[in-house]
Write a protein of this length. Structure first.
Length: 285
């Protein structure tokens, strides 16, 4: 029983990270109506910015994470303005090719600047708790807690602010929003800033546990796409629930069977759900 609880806790921790990444990707998809395949490299960049601020500059973890979110938010604005906006009226293939170009730029840049070696965070929040035979570190508790806080803050921002209402309106009907006087270009910039900041937060939270390296965004963005398809394209509740489902499936399959089959089980769940509900768990019929 203790092994099951341990794996569930690990799955919730992983699901927290996946949910944050998938939420940012869902926000961007809701506005662009195309998947941002470069979202994974923003996750990777967020981890490196946090690592540099914590090691080279010597900032504490929380301040480094906050600054990394701001920096990646600004990078997201630049990407939307310089890369995706000029392609707004072009085919989706053009945006896909542009995203591939961004992936090469970020990954090659990280390789040239930091090298291919894995980077380890200095010890932070290393306290360990033993409860009913289950071991959990403070960093894992922080990941879950901060994720809940960020999700609640994002929900309040979307539902309780004027800017959040304009984001919802633009996601539902971009042309109608323009006719109502909403500045769609500004909305796109804000959404990209939010999505990139969420990716940076996810990377900063998991980086002290996992190593930082140039290729770390690849597996995460692959799982994020599985999550948003599983939850329903463009659905924020679907991204959250799908993220936790993915984390639990990965943790339980790795704990009871083998970590080598994590992706097999993850995609297996996706196939089963889509067979029963082709639009995803929370997708529109």
């Amino acid at each position: 029983m203790s092994l099951f609880i341990q794996q569930v806790l690990n799955g919730i921790m992983l699901g927290s990270v996946y949910s944050l990444v998938a939420l940012g990707l869902t926000l961007e998809y809701g506005i662009l109506h195309i998947p941002n395949f470069a979202h994974g490299v923003l996750y990777m960049a967020g981890a490196y910015v946090t690592f540099l601020l914590a090691t080279a500059v010597g900032l504490n973890f929380w301040l480094a994470m906050l600054i990394a979110m701001i920096v990646l938010g600004l990078i997201g604005i630049l990407i939307e303005r310089l890369v995706y906006r000029p392609l707004m009226l072009e085919s989706h293939l053009s945006s896909f090719i542009a995203a591939i170009g961004l992936i090469f730029i970020f990954v090659d840049g990280a390789l040239n600047i930091f090298g291919p070696d894995f980077k380890r965070f200095p010890p932070t929040h290393t306290q360990v708790f033993h409860i009913l035979g289950v071991t959990i570190t403070l960093q894992r508790i922080i990941i879950i807690g901060v994720t809940v806080i960020l999700i609640v803050l994002l929900h309040l921002f979307i539902k309780k602010t004027i800017m959040g209402a304009t984001i919802e309106a633009t996601a539902q009907d971009r042309e109608g929003a323009q006719l109502m006087g909403i500045n769609v270009k500004r909305v796109r910039m804000i959404v990209f800033a939010l999505g990139s900041a969420l990716a940076a937060a996810a990377a900063a939270l998991i980086a002290p546990i996992h190593l930082v390296h140039p290729g770390m965004g690849g597996p995460v963005i692959l799982k994020a796409f599985v999550i948003i398809i599983l939850g329903g394209m463009g659905s924020m509740p679907g991204a959250i629930i799908g993220g936790f489902i993915m984390g639990l499936v990965e943790s339980l399959s790795g704990g009871y069977i083998s970590t080598s089959y994590n992706e097999v089980f993850a995609f297996g769940v996706l196939v089963i759900v889509l067979t029963i509900r082709p639009t995803g768990l929370f997708g529109a019929k």
